[in-house]
Design a binder for this molecule. Sequence first.
Ligand SMILES: NC(=O)c1ccc[n+]([C@@H]2O[C@H](COP(=O)([O-])OP(=O)(O)OC[C@H]3O[C@@H](n4cnc5c(N)ncnc54)[C@H](OP(=O)(O)O)[C@@H]3O)[C@@H](O)[C@H]2O)c1
Length: 295
Amino acid sequence: MNRTVLITGATGSVSSALLQALQAPPGLKLRAMVRDQNKAGALRARGVELVTGDLDDPESLPRAFEGAQDLWLLNAVGPRQPENSMNAVWAAKRAGVERVVRLSAIGAAHDAPSRNGRLHALSDAELMSSGLKWTILRPHFFTQNLLMTAQTVATEGAFYWDMGNGRLGMVDVRDIGEVAAKILLSAPDAHHGKIYTPTGPASISLAEAATQLSEGLGKPVRYVPVPHDAARKSMLEMGLPSWLVGMFTEYSMAYESDWGNFTTAHVQEITGRAPRSVLDFARDHRAAFDTPPTA
Ligand SMILES: NC(=O)c1ccc[n+]([C@@H]2O[C@H](COP(=O)([O-])OP(=O)(O)OC[C@H]3O[C@@H](n4cnc5c(N)ncnc54)[C@H](OP(=O)(O)O)[C@@H]3O)[C@@H](O)[C@H]2O)c1
């Protein structure tokens, strides 16, 4: 094996998990594309080659993509996501990249209930007809999204969400990274043309997630369902952009209606081990949910 893997989104959550999981065998080079190399000192220290590139700017990409055989394509959430994905796929074609493994999202489709799912569907379709070898991951809701509740869990022993009693098969980001690593370490044809939906081990309500958080954190945690309007108002008051707030609300409405009430065996099938539960996540993230010390 003598290949270079170009990793986008390298300072973010899923690509960090991928880099952690990629125990590169001799002959496999890891190259991370970042917008600001000052934010990636830890990667450089691990021996990952850093290149600068911005998916908003196609002119910045040819040098970053040159000589890569594989591309891990992750796009940040936002209305420019299809443009970013398009710029990357075009740069990959021009650079002679052989295989793209793309992070999409649960239920990506032209009629998906969230704008994020509809945008990802555009990018997925473009990649599928690119002529490159491709694999698409459409993971479920990230368990790590629960970190957004860390402050109220720490201070009130409660978290608030507008998902009612909907059940969902949330997945730990570390499992997505391990699935992606296995695919990238396989022969280019092994997963070509496949779409996988990594999920956690069980489809659970947020009340059940609270029970597992309580056990893993060693303190009581309650889930408090709130109406969509209240959640929307609170996110806007926190300063979140309205596009993002709209996306979160669309997802919450879908999950409340049990749109995400399923699991798959994809993590087990590809990594050979069971996916992590919310309990596992809680045990590994205790510090994040601790009450901050008073000044
Ligand atoms: N959260 C969920 O439940 C969920 C579920 C399924 C799928 N997803 C998908 O997961 C993806 C987000 O993954 P994540 O949570 O790992 O992301 P993240 O932690 O928000 O990180 C985003 C990464 O993208 C980089 N980035 C942003 N704009 C860029 C640009 N113009 N050019 C190049 N790089 C850029 C950021 O780099 P900087 O350090 O420079 O900012 C960062 O490394 C989205 O596509 C989302 O739809 C999310």
